[in-house]
Ligand binder design. Sequence first.
Ligand code: EPZ
Length: 429
Amino acid sequence: MDRIAIIGGAQLNGEIPISGAKNSAIKLMAASLLTDEPLRLTNMPRLADTAFLGKLLHRLGAQVDERDGPDGAETVLHTREIVSTIASYDLVRQMRASFNVLGPLIARAGQAKVSLPGGCTIGARPVDLHLQALEALGAKIDLHEGYVYAQAPRGLRGAEITFPFVSVGATEHAMLAAVLAEGTTVLHNAACEPELVDLEQCLNAMGAKVWGAGTPTITITGVAKLHGATHSVIPDRIEMGTYAVAAAMAGGEVRLTKARPDLIDSLLAKLEEAGAGVTRTADGVIIKRNGARLDAVDLETQPYPGFATDLQAQFMALMTTAKGESRIRETIFENRFMHAPELMRLGADISVSGGEARVRGVETLEGAEVMATDLRASVSLVIAGLVARGETVVSRIYHLDRGFERLEEKLGACGAQVRRISGGDESED
Ligand code: EPZ
């Protein structure tokens, strides 16, 4: 199993191009099931998660063609016919977003059998809101032996759906199912994340009628059929935020390009509050820090446009060497502080109580062997390693490969001493 070794102390100087968003790409790939014509997705990230979903979609009948286009990596997905309506536990367990094929399968094929995803390291993560939305759209849902059996032989019907709290996945899932339903669907208390806007734009390019994504009310008028389209995946705001934090941590000056800084205003405001230099440019942002230690700042994760939970671990790493005490409250997931004990192995002073972590900044961290527990936690350890004295070795980096494209290359190009160690210690699992 691969590991990543970082020798701390180097400043970061240079440019990092931001890839297409993982969390958008995988929903757009699922949308390809809704039409018998090809969906061409450009600005695609090449990640373990997109490769994995490609395999699942292939089993369902999609022809998946990954290729280099004029603007970089692209994927063409073409499902002439649905050949299977089953997504097994084996697949959904490995990547919970696979569950989002359920809605498109019901919408296009009238039935599906999809495994429940189960819990994961950041929390219980139930799918009750997804199922309630699909039921409201007229799907008959039965749960047996860990599987969702869904039926809508005469198609789905538009409905008014009010989510009791904001869920990105359930909003996307309802949108994916409602585009082919008969009549109009209105989603109230919808998630406002930029990935929803990207999904709306892609679905509309395919002939759907969706309005309001990016606001709490989304209206969808069902159409009988969708067609093929070309759509460029939105830049990854979490990858951009991660490298912004890395630059603020290591010091130096890093220009993030092919990016949308307007999508991470809440993070950039916190970086400025902590004392980092933030300059917005036409296609991204420049992050700068010379000399002085950053100040500790408090934060609370919130649905968009609040501070993203997917950047909480990285910001905690940044606060480990800031001046003063930072209070970090996690409000989206109940168990998303697994990185704290690993950061403490590097010398960080952190105490966690319920949903709040207190980080008392220390002058220096010290390299050690640490273990990644989830995607964003693993990159927080790499960020801490950038300033830790000596060598930090992060194991279980298959988590990292799920969501960060060519991380060693991108950081290395800016002067970080980061290398991948292939194979290695089998005892790590
Ligand atoms: C998406 O997860 C992202 N994943 C997550 O990114 C991200 O952290 C999260 O949104 C919040 O922004 C993908 O897009 C693939 P939710 P999702 O439904 O859709 C509870 C990463 O690192 N809930 O908004 O699963 C849930 O348990 C990942 O890239 C229910 O109770 O998040 C959580 O506490 C991690 N019932 C809260 O709602 C439901 O039916 C918000 O979850 C659905 C959710």
